[in-house]
Design a protein around this ligand. Structure first.
Ligand code: ADP
Ligand code: 5GP
Length: 196
């Protein structure tokens, strides 16, 4: 005779797993702004610091926004298998240091990656349990206004990033959740809820 207890059709809740969440979206949509807003109120939220060959913008500090490296150093990170994923974006390379992410997940803490579409696709392949969140602009015109208004890139780089943005916006359906960045406060709250 079976001793199994029937639980009807409700699934048994799995133990809560620490989550890896990827936040992507076109350049200028407000990813950094939203994440910074959330972390101001919740400094305990851990955000992976990527390595990049891009030059620092005024005010950016090595080890804070990014680890700023040259091409040779980036080549070494790839060759040594130190990156969980990496991609070339609008003329520069960006990658997620693997070990720091694995350490956090091992410690049972949620992990947030702010990376581009190509990186999000790589994470989906290697870590299918990851949650993919797409940050969308309220409109195309507003995206152009934000990217231009930020004033950190030359007109040529803005053009390049907007061309990439068209491809990224077309990939929204690959993501598990879309948040529209109309209000930084609202999106920061929604993102925090998704991380937990
Ligand atoms: P990303 O990290 O996605 O490239 P940023 O966070 O640098 O984008 O934001 C780009 C610009 O848009 C910044 O000048 C920022 O202040 C502005 N911005 C971000 N979110 C909003 C919003 N909800 N409403 C209006 N402006 C915003
Ligand atoms: P920015 O130069 O504006 O800081 O970043 C440009 C793009 O690179 C953004 O879409 C950002 O999310 C992405 N990015 C930042 N770090 C990484 C990373 O480690 N890997 C990947 N694939 N993209 C990244």
């Amino acid at each position: 005779m079976s001793t199994a207890v029937s639980r009807g059709t409700s699934p048994v809740s799995p133990a809560r797993q620490p989550r890896l969440t990827v936040l992507s979206g076109p350049s200028g949509v407000g990813k950094s702004t939203v994440v910074a807003h959330m972390r101001k109120a919740h400094p305990e939220v851990w955000l992976s610091v990527s390595a990049t060959t891009r030059k620092p913008r005024p005010g950016e500090q090595d080890g804070v926004q990014y680890f700023f490296v040259d091409d040779e150093e980036f080549d070494k990170l790839i060759a040594n298998g130190e990156l969980l994923e990496w991609a070339e974006f609008a003329g520069n390379r960006y990658g997620t240091p693997r070990q720091a992410v694995l350490d956090r997940l091992e410690a049972g803490e949620p992990v947030l990656l702010e990376i581009d579409l190509q990186g999000a696709r790589q994470v989906r392949e290697t870590m299918p349990e990851a949650q993919l969140v797409f940050l969308a602009p309220p409109s195309w015109d507003e995206l152009v206004r934000r990217l231009t208004g930020r004033g950190t890139e030359s007109p040529e780089v803005i053009e390049r990033r907007l061309a990439v943005a068209k491809v990224e916006l077309a990939a929204e359906s690959e993501f598990d959740v879309t948040l529209v960045n109309t209000s930084v406060e609202d999106v920061a709250r929604e993102l925090l809820a998704l991380l937990r």
